[in-house]
Design a protein around this ligand. Structure first.
Ligand SMILES: Cc1cc2nc3c(=O)[nH]c(=O)nc-3n(C[C@H](O)[C@H](O)[C@H](O)COP(=O)(O)OP(=O)(O)OC[C@H]3O[C@@H](n4cnc5c(N)ncnc54)[C@H](O)[C@@H]3O)c2cc1C
Length: 217
């Protein structure tokens, strides 16, 4: 899939969301008066005001670490970490867009792993789920959507699930319904990020049975 520029990674209501655009629902604190150089574009802050690695793409994170190194070499006495108050349209970095596999995940790596987990849970969900199984999954999704380590992703996921019409509530009666619902949830994020939508008719081939052409055998 096409790489999404870091500054477009997050969006709220269709608008690009960058680190200094705190969602209305968030309780992110501003810095306590510190006005050092602004963070590079695409870096998302945690609710405590510190850069959130699991909310940020590797490209934007690299710009941040580069900037931190430049800052510390140009003013060695000023070493405390800061929270920005204004955005900076940072030039694109030429650093590679992947990180070694034994580093903390960025937002994309975390996302891929998480979708694998979620779709695999759908793939192994009972064809017809009893009440206890449905309740367990409902509880899992409720807590997952609160605890997902990329908090802006989590906020948006919760908002999507809680659509006032009720149309996005998890469909937990059985595997087909749940797998389709999850595919639609994933497509919601794909749309937000400007990615191609997945044809949900194929979710079981992708995540459960393997493709009919035998490439997964
Ligand atoms: C709940 C959640 C919310 C997220 N929110 C954000 C966000 O706000 N901002 C952000 O930058 N990132 C977010 N992410 C991460 C993002 O969705 C991607 O995981 C990440 O950008 C890497 O994308 P990718 O192109 O490698 O494929 P992924 O989107 O990770 O998909 C992995 C694989 O799943 C398959 N697939 C794709 N779409 C579907 C579908 N609809 N149904 C079934 N299978 C499918 C494809 O084979 C694909 O290769 C979120 C992740 C999760 C789990």
């Amino acid at each position: 899939m096409a790489e999404v520029p870091p500054e477009q990674i997050f969006s709220k209501g269709g608008q690009p969301y960058s680190f200094n655009q705190t969602p209305a629902s968030s309780s992110r604190k501003e810095s306590d008066g510190d006005t050092k150089a602004p963070l590079p574009k695409g870096v998302v802050l945690d609710k405590d005001g510190k850069p959130c690695r699991t909310c940020t793409s590797v490209a934007a994170w690299r710009n941040l670490t580069k900037q931190a190194k430049a800052d510390s070499s140009s003013s060695p006495s000023n070493t405390t970490s800061t929270t920005p108050t204004t955005p900076l349209a940072a030039p694109a970095t030429s650093s590679p867009s992947t990180i070694p596999p034994d580093c903390p995940p960025d937002v994309e790596q975390l996302g891929r792993s998480t979708w694998s987990l979620l779709h695999s849970m759908a793939a192994t969900y009972p064809e017809k789920a009893n009440t206890e199984h449905q309740d367990n999954m409902r509880g899992f999704l409720k807590f997952f959507s609160k605890l997902y380590p990329c908090w802006v992703c989590a906020d948006d996921f919760q908002t999507w699930m809680a659509h006032p019409s009720g149309r996005n509530q998890p469909k937990l009666g059985g595997r087909k319904d749940f797998g389709w619902w999850l595919c639609e949830a994933h497509n919601e994020v794909n749309r937000k990020l400007g990615k191609e939508e997945f044809d949900c008719r194929f979710w079981e081939e992708r995540w459960r049975t393997g493709w009919k052409d035998g490439r997964c055998d």
